[in-house]
Design a protein around this ligand. Structure first.
Ligand code: ADP
Ligand code: MG
Length: 682
């Protein structure tokens, strides 16, 4: 039952005794019926009342109860978004795009009209848009042009429990923005003492886990509400011993379920795209050998790098006598609910971004597969019990579960901060003195400041420079922003944009195939460039453009297949390039300038951005970083892999059993001299 006295930091349950307004009164399409059956629908009126009364609400509720899809529609229907849009932020782009398309369907409108989305390099919204699903990164970027986020009257910060870096930065900003827009010190005020004429802002924080204390404390006086989900019992099985090969164990468990258990879809949690693709292949091989009379299997992969709409089959009921097998990363943990799941296989692994800071400034981001947390394990198991009793098979022991940390460390405490630091500097904010829910580690702060200083984005006094502002205008990591700015000076903007666009695409350009390694290398031989991977990419882009000009769409596809290239990466890169060209125009860089067949200008420009990523050859054939002092090897995927090059520049370090430099180019001697000067500065 809802009480009207706003008790602090204590969850109040939206009870089913509150009469629900009939959502489906006029239209009774199957979609409307589904909507009205969601657990949250019963509390609709009570929720709206609470949103009207409080400027900040924290809404907790089990995954699948309808928070993300329904709350924005309730707000819209109740007229709360009359003077501005409703933003719903998501840490992941796939979640933003797929939820937007679902809500557009529920509203019976075309995606991009009243319901739209905005993620990096892909937008679908119009002046009519009322509900906008967007990544937290996109809204943080909007702060640079609209510091009060005045376009929005409600901002829903979703998946707040994930504590992504951008979500934390957004939350911190929202607190001050609300003070300014609502003109009152305490968040409970309903717009008294208005200082300016901007429309007031409502903030709704939504989370799938129940630890709301922290959000409540940060926004003192926030109303905390709880919507109950519909959770059926889930039987949990642990393996009796640890699994060395979790992909293989997942495969065996899947077929065990398929042969021994009644119908119901299977959801397998894996750490990343590579594991998903490899498991997809093996399962498919065995599925092809299943007897004709056996139930068939439909495999649906789901991970962040998929293009918008690519994973839509995951939401559709499978054909008769077919079991869906969904292979997903932790995207299916809380952000997206897939109907029909009765069995969950949990490998207990996820990928985690972590920044290895160095006091010298040579830190780097790593993406490592690691054990999940207890909180994740519980969420994963919960996915099996949404529509009825379910089963969860954990490919790890009970002891391993107990040894897991309770919940994940906020990203701000373990990720590279340079990009966010630079963006905040643009709006005159200082991450160091900012009021955040959790403060970042001092050494990663220091390391990021050094990076920005070396890139020329900050002065010694930590003030943003004109160069820094230009770099920040690009929706890219500062290193690539710097490379584009440098390309102006070196007269090769066209080339640098071509390369950076490919590097920024979410899908990989080169298709790897362990069985056909020889054939792959033969097919791509003509693209190989003596200077390394960056110019090899440029060769591919140019050859593709040539084919695109000369031949039809079908041939282009075939050409990519023949050369083991991922056409989607090239198409995506072409969209990205269009957008980067627009940014170039805004900051006064002529994107048409080309250096023709010259290589050095391109490498120089990239080198200006990748100034932290330079290493020299050592007598034993390894390379030593000039800043950071790590010993690295050239990654086997590089065209320079078995070459001895006096000096290299690289895109990133990847950390497996040793440290590899990936995306490598040779640096000409003349540039090393310039570098010497740079190094002395540091
Ligand atoms: P919550 O945010 O509380 O986890 P959601 O609002 O995301 O809940 O989900 C509510 C319901 O909408 C779920 O039953 C889910 O299956 C359904 N749903 C969400 N997205 C889609 C989609 N793209 N296609 C079909 N159903 C969807
Ligand atoms: Mg949700």
């Amino acid at each position: 039952v809802l009480s009207s006295t706003g008790s602090r930091n204590k969850a109040e349950q939206i009870s089913s005794s509150v009469p629900s307004s009939s959502i489906a009164s006029s239209k009774s399409s199957p979609l409307q019926e589904q909507r009205s059956k969601l657990p949250i629908a019963k509390g609709k009126d009570a929720l709206i009342q609470e949103f009207l009364e409080h400027d900040v609400t924290v809404l907790l509720g089990e995954t699948g109860s309808g928070k993300t899809t329904q709350v924005p529609q309730y707000l819209l229907e109740s007229g709360l978004a009359r003077d501005g849009m409703i933003a719903v932020t998501q840490p992941r782009r796939v979640a933003a795009t797929s939820l937007a398309s679902r809500v557009a369907a529920e509203q019976n409108v075309t995606l991009g009209t009243s319901v739209g989305y905005s993620v990096r390099f892909d937008e679908r919204f119009s002046p009519q848009t009322r509900i906008k699903y967007m990544t937290d990164g996109m809204i943080v970027r909007e702060l640079m042009s609209d510091p009060l986020l005045s376009k929005y009257s409600v901002i829903i910060v979703d998946e707040a429990h994930e504590r992504s870096l951008r979500t934390d930065i957004l939350i911190a900003n929202l607190k001050t923005i609300q003070r300014q827009r609502n003109g009152s010190q305490d968040v409970k005020g309903k717009g008294k003492n208005k200082v300016n004429a901007t429309n007031p802002l409502k903030i709704i924080i939504m989370s799938a886990t129940l630890d709301a204390e922290k959000f409540g404390r940060f926004f003192s006086g926030a109303k905390i509400l709880y919507v109950q989900g519909r959770q059926h019992p889930v039987k949990i099985y642990h393996s009796s011993q640890g699994q060395v090969d979790y992909v293989d164990a997942a495969m065996r468990t899947f077929f065990q379920i398929h042969t021994d258990y009644p119908p119901g879809d299977v959801l397998i949690f894996l750490p990343g795209q590579e594991d998903i693709e490899s498991l997809e292949k093996t399962i498919q091989i065995y599925v092809n050998q299943l007897p004709q009379d056996r139930m068939s299997v439909l495999i649906c992969p789901m991970y962040a790098a998929q293009a918008a709409g690519q994973n839509s089959k995951v939401f559709v009921a499978p054909p008769a006598n077919t079991r869906k097998c969904i292979l997903a990363t932790n995207i299916a943990e809380t952000s997206i609910t897939i109907p029909g799941v009765k069995y969950v296989i949990d490998t207990g692994k996820c990928k985690e971004k972590r920044y290895l800071a160095r006091n010298t400034g040579g830190g780097f981001d790593t993406l490592l597969t690691r054990d999940i947390t207890q909180s994740s394990a519980m969420q994963r198991a919960g996915r099996a019990g949404r529509e009825g009793a379910g089963h969860c098979f954990r490919l790890y022991t009970v002891e391993a579960f107990k040894a897991m940390p309770l919940s994940a460390e906020p990203e701000i405490m373990r990720c590279s901060l340079s990009s966010s630091l630079l963006q905040l500097k643009c709006i005159g904010q200082d991450l160091e003195t900012f009021e955040l829910m959790d403060q970042p580690a001092e050494e990663s702060m220091k390391s990021s400041l050094i990076v920005l200083y070396l890139l020329g984005a900050l002065s010694l006094e930590k003030e943003i420079t004109a160069l820094g502002r230009q770099m920040a205008a690009f929706p890219l990591e500062p290193i690539y922003g710097r490379a584009i700015v440098a390309s102006k000076e070196h007269g090769c903007t066209q080339e640098v944009l071509d390369i950076v666009s490919v590097l920024s695409a979410s899908s990989k350009l080169f298709v790897e195939s362990s069985e056909q390694r020889e054939a792959v290398s033969e097919a791509r031989r003509k693209f190989r460039h003596v200077c390394g991977d960056h110019l090899t990419i440029l060769n591919v882009v140019r050859a593709y453009q040539e084919i695109a000009r000369a031949e039809g769409k079908g041939n282009r596809k075939e050409w990519c297949r023949r050369h083991f290239l991922n056409e989607r990466a090239l198409l995506e890169a072409s969209d990205i390039r269009d957008q980067l060209r627009q940014t170039c125009e805004r900051v006064g860089i002529d994107h048409g300038v080309s250096c023709g067949d010259k290589d050095d200008p391109v490498i120089f420009s990239l080198g200006h951005g990748l100034v932290m990523n330079i290493a020299f050859l050592q007598p034993d054939g390894t390379y030593k970083q000039t800043i950071g002092q790590s010993i690295v090897k050239i990654h086997p995927s590089s065209v320079l892999c078995d070459k001895k090059i006096p000096a290299i520049v690289y895109d990133e370090l990847v950390y497996t059993n040793q440290i590899y430099a990936r995306g490598v180019s040779r640096i000409p001697k003349s540039f090393i001299v310039t570098l010497g000067a740079l190094k002395q500065q540091s």
